[in-house]
Write a protein that binds this ligand. Structure first.
Ligand SMILES: Cc1cc2nc3c(=O)[nH]c(=O)nc-3n(C[C@H](O)[C@H](O)[C@H](O)COP(=O)(O)OP(=O)(O)OC[C@H]3O[C@@H](n4cnc5c(N)ncnc54)[C@H](O)[C@@H]3O)c2cc1C
Length: 127
């Protein structure tokens, strides 16, 4: 199996080709024919390869923003602002962001639930 094809079991094929080329191999030799040191270099390259972020696609493509209100300004039991009593803040307006995969939805729903429960308690307490 060509080295790049073998790697493409775990990586996108174009990335696998690029990694193999970066190590100075045209990608035609089978991985099993690579000398041990070259296989080690490949393993290190995969494990240590730093991919610095150079740019983003901008706000139009952003999926989560970590809105800007620090959690220290919030009572976590009620989601009420410590600076502005009576104001409850939930979801993305707070400085919380998760990896993609539902964590941001979950944060929105959970913090919304906590705030709603506190507000319902306020309403019941007032009546
Ligand atoms: C393209 C995209 C894909 C995403 N994919 C995922 C994902 O796969 N998994 C995940 O966990 N998260 C994902 N997110 C993030 C997730 O959608 C948000 O973190 C979450 O919806 C935030 O919920 P929220 O209630 O805080 O804010 P929002 O859902 O943004 O709700 C805010 C609401 O307030 C309204 N509003 C704004 N200004 C005013 C105003 N002045 N008066 C009245 N109403 C106002 C807005 O119209 C909006 O309805 C994605 C986001 C985007 C943009």
């Amino acid at each position: 199996l060509r080295a790049a094809s073998a790697l493409s079991a775990w990586l996108p094929a174009s990335l696998a080709e690029a990694v193999v080329r970066r190590l100075g191999d045209e990608g035609d030799a089978p991985l099993s024919a690579w000398p041990r040191e070259q296989r080690r270099r490949l393993a290190r390259a995969l494990d240590d390869w730093k991919l610095p972020v150079e740019d983003s696609r901008g706000y139009g493509f952003a999926e989560v923003t970590a809105g800007g209100v620090p959690l220290t300004e919030i009572d976590p039991g009620t989601m009420e602002s410590r600076l502005c009593p009576g104001l409850h803040l939930v979801g993305e307006i707070l400085d919380v962001d998760g990896r993609l995969g539902g964590f941001n939805f979950q944060w929105s729903w959970s913090s919304g639930f906590v705030a709603a429960r506190a507000l319902a308690g306020d309403v019941r307490g007032a009546s």
